[in-house]
Design a protein around this ligand. Structure first.
Ligand code: TPP
Ligand code: MG
Length: 388
């Protein structure tokens, strides 16, 4: 007789629920059973929580402004792929509460470790949008100065930034500075070894890192159900001794409140914190992907009703903190921002091919010197031919 997994589970004494033990050391590490939410999907406030006080209203207005500008930037970047100005663009439309909320939770002196998904977060941090898009237009470098902006290059190899963040944070703490490192990571990338190695190192050595998982439910075409059997990704913290929380990632107020507390936790010397935001990728993985092949339009529509910008706008309007004039001003600012991005991205960049060799090693190897010379000679010959 074949035994179904269900039958096995029922027969196993291990699977039987034991009464909760208040002295269990794992309990304080566990996330709330439900994602933290401070606004309902219509923007109506939910009962206030003492553990997650609502951020100041000026900050919420700023959150709204940056989300609107961020979304307009995102739409513009997608349009630039169609005009051949960008090779590829991974949109974060729908994830504005996470992208912007995270940037408002950290200081300029903190370090941010983004993935390819975080262009909106970086422009929200105040980085020049053209510099942020440089890599995606096919240049060899990341466009901005990571040390000057305390922002690591956007990581394409999944989860590698988790290890970088742990090392940086450990080093900063070791030197007596109160810097926090915020590492973004996707739901799919939590299956990568680097995520586990990074969080384990940070936990053992109390490195001040906030690991911020944006669970947008897909890793390209792989749905969350094929990624993990955990009740939620936030539960991955407990195995490493890391406290964690889950939050409604389309509730901007809750995202900011939860991340603010997570950053405070890390800054106070308590080691890392893991936050999982439940959100949704409204667009395909990138402009090179066709999401209709693996997900249902009804699912996308259901998430459209949880739009984070609409939600915060409704809340602020109801409180009398936002009116038509202010909304129009923010929309005009977003248009001007996009026009500037468009104009500057349409200018052909001047790129010196030989600069490719500049930052490979402090002391270039003989092979690199030889290759550089070979290309220099080829370029010079091509130029002479063109002149002839
Ligand atoms: C180590 C590694 N393996 C595979 C890939 C290919 N890859 C790029 S993005 C991606 C999906 C990642 O999904 P997730 O972590 O959920 O982030 P999201 O794109 O949804 O924001 C994969 C498999 C990669 N970039 N790096
Ligand atoms: Mg994902």
């Amino acid at each position: 007789m074949t035994t179904t997994p269900r039958a096995v589970r029922r027969a196993s004494p291990r699977a039987r629920r034991r009464p909760a033990n208040p002295a269990d050391p794992a309990r304080p590490l566990l996330p709330d059973a439900e994602p933290v939410s401070l606004l309902d999907p219509t923007g109506t406030p939910l009962p206030a929580r003492t553990d997650y006080p609502e951020p100041d209203v000026d900050l919420l207005r700023e959150l709204y402004r940056r989300m609107v500008v961020g979304r307009r930037f995102d739409t513009q970047a997608t349009a630039l792929t169609k005009q051949g100005r960008l090779a590829v663009y991974p949109s974060s439309r729908g994830q504005e509460a996470c992208q912007v909320g995270a940037m408002l939770a950290v200081r300029d002196t903190d370090w941010v470790f983004p993935t390819y998904r975080e262009s909106m977060a970086l422009v929200s941090r105040g980085l020049d949008p053209i510099e942020v898009l440089t890599l995606l237009r096919g240049d060899w470098h990341c466009g901005y100065d990571p040390a000057a902006r305390r922002t690591a290059p956007q990581c394409t190899p999944l989860a590698t930034q988790c290890v970088h963040a742990a090392g940086l944070a450990y080093g900063e703490a070791h030197q007596g500075r109160d810097t926090v490192a915020l590492a973004f990571i996707g739901d799919g990338a939590t299956s990568e070894g680097d995520f586990h190695e990074g969080i384990n190192f940070a936990a053992v050595f109390k490195a001040p890192v906030v690991y911020f998982v944006q669970n947008n439910r897909y890793a390209i075409s792989v749905p969350l159900s094929r990624q993990t059997a955990a009740p939620s990704l936030a539960y991955k913290g407990v195995g490493y001794g890391v406290p964690s929380e889950q939050v409604d990632g389309n509730d901007p107020v809750a995202v900011l409140a939860v991340l603010t507390r997570a950053v405070e936790h890390a800054r106070a010397g308590n080691g890392p914190f893991l936050v999982e935001a439940h959100t949704y990728r409204m667009e395909p993985h990138t402009n090179a992907d066709d999401a209709t092949r693996y997900r249902d339009g009804a699912e996308v529509d259901a998430w459209r009703d949880r739009d984070p910008i609409v939600r915060l706008e409704k809340y602020l309007r109801d409180r009398g903190e936002l009116d038509d004039v202010a909304v129009a001003a923010v929309a005009a600012e977003a248009e001007a921002y996009a026009a500037d991005v468009r104009e500057r991205m349409n200018a052909q960049p001047t790129v010196d091919p030989l600069s490719l060799f500049d930052h490979v090693y402090a002391q270039p190897t003989p092979q690199l010197i030889e290759q550089r010379e070979q290309i220099r000679a080829e370029l010079a010959a091509a130029e002479q031919e063109g002149d002839a």
